[in-house]
Ligand binder design. Structure first.
Ligand code: ZN
Length: 170
C-alpha cells in the first residue's frame, strides 16, 4: 500500500498516542489519530475508569480533541491496537464528522514483535445504514453540510493569512 506523507504522519502519531493509554483494567492499549481537512492531526488514547462504564475509547478522545478545537471535518482516521477495530459507538461518532471519502486506517500492531499490518477502508464502509442526522431531520437537509464547515475553515485560514500579510506590509 502506497501511503502519502500526511498518512504516514497520522499513523506515527497514533502509534505514539497508544503509549498514553490508561488501561489498568483491560490492559488493552489503543491509540488513535485523526487528520482533519485543514491538515491538522489530533490524537487520543483510551482512558479507563474504576467505574468501567465511564471509560472512553481512543477514537472518541482524538475526535473530540479535534472538534473541540474547531476542526470538524475529518479526512482520515487511524486506530492502532492489537486487532484494531472501532467499536460501534465510535463508528457512529466518526460518521458525524466524516464524508463518504473519509479514510480509515486500522493498524494492527503486535506488541511483542512490533510488526504492523495496515488495513485501509472508509468510515462509511465500517457502518452501513448508520443513523443519519440529515435524513432524520436533525441537521438541515443539505448534503453540503460538512463541505460548508470545511469551506468556513478554509475561509478562516485565508483571513488569517491576509491579516498576517497586512501586518508584514506595515
Ligand atoms: Zn469505541
Amino acid at each position: 500500500m502506497k501511503l502519502t506523507k500526511p498518512i504516514i504522519r497520522l499513523i506515527d502519531t497514533a502509534i505514539t498516542a497508544q503509549k498514553g493509554a490508561y488501561c489498568p483494567y483491560s490492559r488493552y492499549r489503543v491509540g488513535a489519530a485523526v487528520l482533519t481537512e485543514t491538515g491538522r492531526i489530533f490524537s487520543g488514547a483510551n482512558v479507563e475508569n474504576a467505574s468501567y462504564g465511564l471509560s472512553i475509547c481512543a477514537e472518541r478522545v482524538s475526535i473530540f480533541n479535534a472538534v473541540s478545537r474547531g476542526h470538524r471535518a475529518l479526512k482520515a482516521v487511524c486506530i492502532v491496537a492489537s486487532a484494531a477495530k472501532p467499536c460501534g459507538a465510535c463508528r457512529q461518532v466518526m460518521i458525524e464528522f466524516s464524508s463518504k471519502d473519509t479514510e480509515l486506517y486500522l493498524v494492527d500492531l503486535n506488541p511483542t514483535s512490533g510488526r504492523k499490518t495496515i488495513t485501509k477502508t472508509t468510515v462509511f464502509r465500517m457502518l452501513p445504514a448508520a443513523f443519519d442526522p440529515i435524513a432524520s431531520g436533525l441537521l438541515p437537509p443539505n448534503p453540503q453540510n460538512l463541505l460548508r464547515s470545511r469551506q468556513s475553515h478554509r475561509r478562516r485560514k485565508d483571513d488569517r493569512r491576509r491579516a498576517v500579510s497586512r501586518r508584514d506590509r506595515r
